[in-house]
Write a protein that binds this ligand. Structure first.
Ligand SMILES: O=C(O)CCC(=O)C(=O)O
Length: 292
């Protein structure tokens, strides 16, 4: 099953993983959003609605999102065991009215660390976006728009058309708990929210562990997570927060075997040295190190 998902991702540049998170978990996240915004806004200042550094600010709440074993196992299959948290973004796309001249698409783009593809060959992503919506997406609430295959094709859109539907687009309607994983070179856009309700989304953005990361992993909470991961010899969690003690020999391994073959061996090595699983108390799938 997961092999099919990987093949679909390589071919199309995205995949939907169904039911990764419990609905109750998504509801807990949704219910805390306004409070998180309020707590980060100083008196007299405009509310900061794009929440970043949320794992540091709310480790119990957000560690189950970024360290979800299914997501990391998937990311390792397509990026190799080099998966780091670039950042987690939490945002609510407020409803707009049809009369607003904003255009149907919220803005076509490729993601951070991506680039315009040079040719049709699939290449390993520098980063993957794992997006989960905290309400089921509908036409009213605004589906995710994607141009399948645009991670392998130099499809471009001029600035004046970035808010228009694209002739080759596919609309995706994930349910609460589903996660859409996109290749950083995939062209995609949100859709304006014409419903009367909110459209919360969480983007868990993973990049290669030799790149810089946008979230700050130096704060006391993430450092505590790292300390615990070191004690348990949990390389995967250490890597997630910027510490990859296997990096230099793995990226200089001689490259005599197909990448994925090497990656599988290293993933297995990481599993062998692990002394104790990461405890994501209260989170989904928390008691096992996912493997797909
Ligand atoms: O609003 C959406 O559905 C898309 C979000 C998006 O484009 C992104 O996370 O890069």
């Amino acid at each position: 099953m997961m092999d099919e998902k990987i093949e679909f991702f390589k071919e199309n540049g995205y995949v939907v993983l169904e039911g990764v998170f419990e609905r109750s978990q998504a509801e807990t996240w949704r219910a805390t959003y306004d409070d998180l915004v309020a707590r980060r806004t100083l008196p007299g200042q405009e509310a900061e609605k794009w929440l970043i550094d949320v794992v540091e600010g709310e480790p119990r709440l957000m560690l189950p999102a970024v360290a979800n074993p299914t997501l990391i196992a998937f990311a390792e299959r397509v990026m190799g065991p080099f998966v780091q948290l670039d950042n987690l973004t939490f945002f609510n796309f407020e409803p707009v009215s049809k009369e607003d001249d904003t255009g149907e698409a919220t803005g076509w783009h490729r993601d951070r660390w991506g680039g315009l593809p040079a040719g049709p060959q699939y290449i390993r992503p520098n980063a993957c976006n794992a997006i989960t919506y905290l309400q089921d997406l509908t036409d009213e609430r605004g589906p995710l728009r994607l141009v399948p295959g645009s991670h392998r094709a130099a499809v471009t859109i001029s600035d004046d058309r970035r808010h228009e539907p694209h002739p080759d687009e596919r609309l995706v309607y994930p349910c609460v708990g589903d996660v859409v994983i996109t290749h950083c070179n995939l062209l995609h856009s949100g859709t304006r929210n014409l419903s009367e309700a909110s459209r919360h989304f969480i983007s868990i953005y993973y990049n290669l562990s030799w790149l810089k990361h946008r979230d700050n992993h130096d704060g006391p909470n993430v450092q505590r997570i790292l300390q615990d991961a070191r004690r348990r010899e949990d390389r995967r969690t250490q890597r997630l927060f910027g510490v990859d003690n296997q990096l230099f020999w793995r990226v200089n391994s001689g490259h005599m075997l197909p990448d994925e073959e090497m990656w599988n061996t290293w993933i297995e090595n990481d599993r062998e040295v692990l002394k104790e699983e990461l405890n994501l108390e209260g989170g989904p799938s928390c008691l096992c190190m996912g493997n797909i």
